[in-house]
Ligand binder design. Structure first.
Ligand SMILES: *[C@@H]1O[C@H](CO)[C@@H](O)[C@H](O)[C@H]1NC(C)=O
Ligand SMILES: *[C@@H]1O[C@H](CO)[C@@H](O)[C@H](O)[C@H]1NC(C)=O
Ligand SMILES: *[C@@H]1O[C@H](CO)[C@@H](O)[C@H](O)[C@H]1NC(C)=O
Length: 710
């Protein structure tokens, strides 16, 4: 009987959730429609690229270690490659070779790793004063760092230091490191098995098995800013205490001048705090993109009325087992700093909810802030920070929501990089974003958000890496339009300036690329980085309004906006559909189109104007279909919920969290086990400085923990 009951409940829960998901999807899909539009799609081979493939027989696990005006240094298998940033020619004489010593690779093989694993993958390179560089590699699962000095144009090894806690063991591990004020900050794992993540700067680090500090993190980036170093990553959300597992995106910070706590906490951070990053479509039940994949550097720009706003862009996605959704969210440093000045979160007992701590329950001195000498902090403050690293308030997305959302069965966003504040002819500035995907594409996106509207346009979508290889990293070569696209086994230099492909003024303007302007005299779409006089050029980034093509530019004179009537609109549409674009003299301008869309007028004219006749129709059909689904969904949902009313499945938890995680219907049991991982790990593996047998010892203990898990 009880089994039947359970099945029925389950079935009910499922059908309800599925319905909700359906309804939700329809809403989202309608809401997302405008973003699904790309102006130029270039298949594989359409974009000319220069390829670099280190060794062709084995995986290289490439990573850009360093880049300056002339040089890019790539970390690969047993080598640091030195390439020209302009044309990717390899400077073979400047290649640094560093292979693991035989004993190291033998032990690695003995421990059951493969031949490919037991190589030295270079992960970190830091230029130091006096012509020195610091290089760290996985060294056959025994991370090692090495100082080199330049002598007669050649780098010679000076000394080796232990790389554990600084450099990952596994070349695929999502680690990050950054050098600031003469010190190397890293976020990686501290042991062979990869179970003990840490944020480390000799000698301070996070606790090695405190799930409240780090819980299965995938680190994405680390950035010094002001008196802090920030770390961006995703991890299992400890504050999510319903059964099952949820990943949240985080930003954490430590103070650069943190000297550790008093006495036995000398090697622990006293300033490690973290909070959630909120990238969601607003609504009664916001839809979250919870898994951060990459961030840009911090840039400064003018957004809305405000000058010199510091922001950072990130790509965030849905979980890998969910419908493929990706988003670009921006965060302002001001909001991030504010979140860390806010309320702390607290969990009373293992199974209770996480709640904000009232102001009057805080220690007198504010915990976690940067102080002159953290070694003299009172013990209660140090302990408080250790057990309350999590802040209550998530960092809201700048612009209020994602600037771009993509729903695709084919790909998710991975890497992102930004060309900040590209100036147009009128002096307006726009950020151009390049976004990689996990199937080898690179999207070129321009952020045209205003203070009232979050919006970005996808200029082009280009397949750069063959065989659907994920894009791991993207770097810009400033001033050239070139970008460096890093895949696991190859790196490509690609130019994503499409100006010269645009044959007509209309195409050029409608591309809305801040780099491109139409030259009225010579009738070419020109890259504005190359032009000297601005007089004969036209551009319209915000609206892509081809009307501009009909009014010759004339110095500073303001270009009038053409007003038109309904009859003309129809003519324009017909003509455009005939493919005679330039005859479409009197089509509406984009501003009107936006208004039309906002006032629910059917936006056919707009779609046609954008030469997207097919896409426009599709959108329209989709819109109708969505509306129908929506109505149907609501009716069906209403009846079903009416019918099975008396079983409240999840009394108080918000729906979004249920629907994202249907697997959570499994019994609660494993939850508490998960949290029962010993809070005080055996001292040996806890101490980075301890002897060589650390790995083996920690393996031994890990076995036990593993058993507890199972
Ligand atoms: C890379 O090559 C350039 C040009 O030959 C050289 O100036 C530079 O020092 C090299 N860098 C490294 C780290 O080898
Ligand atoms: C690192 O991140 C990538 C991309 O999100 C993911 O596919 C991969 O599984 C992660 N690596 C590890 C070791 O978790
Ligand atoms: C995230 O932002 C959305 C929209 O601004 C808001 O509705 C939601 O409550 C926020 N979520 C969290 C956890 O702060």
């Amino acid at each position: 009987m009880s089994i039947i009951w359970t099945t029925k409940t389950l079935y009910l829960a499922h059908s309800r959730s599925i319905l909700l998901i359906l309804i939700y999807l329809v809403i989202c899909c309608c809401g997302w429609m405008p973003d699904t539009y790309t102006k130029i799609v270039n298949g594989i081979g359409k974009i000319k690229t220069t390829k670099f493939i280190g060794n062709s027989t084995h995986p290289d696990h490439f990573i850009v270690l360093y880049q300056d005006n002339t040089t890019v240094l790539l970390g690969g298998r047993n080598f640091v490659y030195n390439l020209s940033v302009f044309d990717f020619t390899e400077r073979k004489d400047n290649k640094i070779e560093w292979t693991s010593l035989d004993p190291d690779s033998e032990i690695c093989l003995l421990k059951g790793k493969s031949e490919d694993d037991c190589q030295n993958y270079i992960r970190i390179l830091v230029p130091l004063p006096d012509n020195q560089i610091l290089v760290c590699g996985t060294n056959s699962y025994k991370p090692l760092c090495r100082y080199y000095t330049a002598k007669n144009d050649e780098y010679v090894s000076v000394k080796d230091v232990d790389g554990r806690g600084t450099c990952p063991y596994d070349p695929e591990h999502n680690s990050t490191a950054v050098f600031s004020n003469g010190q190397l900050y890293s976020a990686t794992v501290a042991d062979f098995s990869g179970r003990y993540p840490l944020i480390y700067r000799d000698p301070q680090r996070t606790e090695l098995s405190n799930l409240k500090q780090l819980n299965g993190p995938n680190f994405v980036s680390s950035i010094p800013f002001g008196e802090y170093v920030f770390f961006f990553y995703r991890e299992t959300a400890v504050e999510y205490i319903n059964c099952g597992k949820v990943i949240y995106s985080r930003v954490a910070r430590v103070c650069k001048n943190d000297k550790g706590g008093p006495y036995q906490s000398a090697d622990r951070w006293t300033s490690f705090l973290k909070t959630r990053l909120n990238c969601s479509v607003p609504g009664e039940y916001p839809f979250y993109f919870d898994e951060i994949q990459s961030t840009t550097d911090i840039i400064s720009g003018k957004y809305g009325m405000e000058d010199d706003v510091k922001i950072i862009y990130g790509t965030l996605t849905t979980p890998s087992n969910a419908i493929g959704g990706s988003a670009i969210c921006a965060y302002s440093m001001r909001d991030i700093l504010a979140a860390f000045e806010g309320t702390f979160k607290h969990q009373e007992t293992m199974n209770s909810n996480w709640l904000p701590i009232p102001e009057d329950k805080l220690p007198e001195e504010r915990p976690g802030k940067c102080v002159r000498d953290s070694r003299v902090l009172p013990q209660n403050i140090v302990n408080f920070v250790k057990s309350h690293s999590l802040m209550e308030n998530a960092v809201p997305a700048f612009f209020g929501k994602p600037i771009l959302i993509r729903v695709s069965q084919e790909y998710r966003f991975t890497a992102i990089t930004v060309e900040p504040q590209v100036e147009t002819l009128t002096g307006d500035k726009y950020d151009i974003l390049y976004v990689g995907t996990d199937d080898g594409r690179v999207l070129k996106v321009v952020n045209i958000a205003t203070s009232s509207q979050a919006k970005a346009i996808v200029l082009s979508e280009n397949v750069i890496l063959p065989n659907n290889a994920p894009v791991k990293q993207l770097k810009i070569v400033p001033g050239s339009g070139n970008i460096i696209v890093v895949g696991r086994d190859e790196v490509r230099l690609a130019n994503l300036n499409h100006c010269s492909q645009m044959q007509t003024c209309r195409d050029c303007i409608m591309l809305q690329d801040p780099h491109c302007a139409w030259d009225y005299h010579n009738a070419v779409c020109e890259n504005i980085d190359n032009i000297t006089s601005r007089l004969s050029f036209v551009q319209d980034i915000k609206h892509g309004d081809e009307e501009r093509c009909r009014i010759p530019p004339s110095g500073n004179k303001k270009i009038p906006i053409y007003k038109n009537d309904a009859v003309n609109k129809i003519t324009a549409n017909t003509i455009s559909e005939d493919g005679n674009g330039d005859g479409g003299d009197k089509s509406r301008n984009s501003k009107e189109c936006e208004d039309a869309v906002e006032s629910n007028e059917i936006p056919t004219g707009c779609a046609v104007q954008q030469r997207l006749v097919i896409a426009g129709t599709l959108h329209f059909v989709l819109f109708i279909a969505c509306s129908l689904c929506l109505v149907f969904g609501f009716v069906a949902g209403y009846f079903i919920s009416k019918r099975f009313q008396p079983q409240p499945q999840y009394p108080n938890s918000p729906f979004i969290e249920q629907h994202n995680h249907l697997d959570r219907l499994t019994p609660r049991a494993n939850k508490s086990v998960n949290l029962n991982v010993p809070q005080n790990p055996p001292p040996k593996k806890d101490n980075l400085d301890v002897s060589k047998d650390l790995n083996i010892a920690s393996d031994g203990t890990l076995q036990k923990i593993k058993k507890t898990y199972i």
